[in-house]
Design a protein around this ligand. Structure first.
Ligand SMILES: Nc1ncnc2c1ncn2[C@@H]1O[C@H](COP(=O)(O)OP(=O)(O)O)[C@@H](O)[C@H]1O
Ligand SMILES: [Mg+2]
Length: 254
């Protein structure tokens, strides 16, 4: 059987900066893949090039066997690829529930006419959107906070909300860029456990970008380690953690 995602020899150059320089990896159905590397190693750029934020300089990306190289992010959502960002991209002045509904609207079929005239279809869609959003909020443990304003929510909960907002788009592949960024170690472990639970309960495939490799040890199937835009190790978490190139890449961090 083929892979869900196959990335072949991907390159992303910004002038003379070779941020991603020939990375290949694959994600199988139902797998969680960890991508680790020190700050500035090219993790976010790799994901940006995979999810159409950037047009890659070279390489091929296949999803479900389809060539999606250079496809824009908005087209990838309907194929089943959703992502979060390293920095929160939430609507702070809206409620928790509204943030998830906004995400769902990217995927539903209300049009402008329906919205203006509040047609039956629009009202049905609104009700459905609210139900779908509540289902995803329950999965991440935020159902009880649905009517809280995001600006009032502790940071750890905001990072969970980002995951709910991606889930409501019904991804086959969820890509999380440092979902534990800025968290203390207790929150971070909780967040990784949540991702693992979602993977186990729903078979969702996940790419988990993480700076702190210890967090991934018991949670991911395989790890790809990168430094300066290139692969330095891959394998089981325990293998990668003890790899000498990985250890020295992290030692070199300031
Ligand atoms: N839009 C851009 N223009 C120029 N250089 C960039 C751009 N985005 C990232 N880079 C560079 O690419 C390298 C990798 O950055 P990044 O992918 O953010 O690393 P990481 O996510 O692993 O911390 C860095 O040297 C960064 O400065
Ligand atoms: Mg990054």
């Amino acid at each position: 059987m083929g892979y869900l995602l196959e990335v072949r020899d991907l390159k992303m150059y910004f002038g003379g900066v070779h941020a991603v320089d020939g990375i290949s990896f694959e994600v199988g159905q139902g797998e969680i893949i960890g991508i680790i590397g020190p700050n500035g190693s090219g993790k976010t750029t790799l994901i940006n090039a995979v999810t159409g934020v950037y047009n890659p300089t070279a390489g091929t990306i296949l999803f479900d066997g389809m060539d999606i190289t250079s496809k824009k992010m908005e087209n990838l959502v309907s194929l089943g690829i959703c992502r979060t960002f390293q920095n929160l991209k939430l609507h702070k002045a809206l409620t928790v529930l509204q943030n998830v509904i906004v995400g769902e609207h990217l995927a539903n079929d209300s049009n402008f006419f329906d919205a203006v005239f509040r047609t039956k279809r629009f009202r049905q869609n609104e009700k459905r959107a609210r139900e779908l959003a509540m289902t995803e909020l329950e999965k991440v443990g935020l159902a009880g906070n649905a009517s809280d304003f995001v600006s009032e929510l502790p940071y750890g909960m905001q990072k969970k909300l980002e995951i709910a907002r991606a889930l409501v788009m019904k991804p086959k592949l969820l890509i999380l860029d440092e979902p534990t960024a800025g968290m203390n170690s207790v929150e971070a472990k909780e967040q990784i456990d949540l991702v693992k639970k979602l993977n186990q309960e729903t078979g969702l495939s996940v790419i988990l970008i993480e700076h702190n490799m210890k967090l991934l040890m018991n949670s991911v199937n395989r790890v790809l380690a990168i430094d300066a835009g290139k692969e330095i190790a891959r394998g089981l978490p325990s293998e990668v953690q003890n790899n000498s190139r990985v250890i020295s890449a992290y030692l070199g961090e300031d």
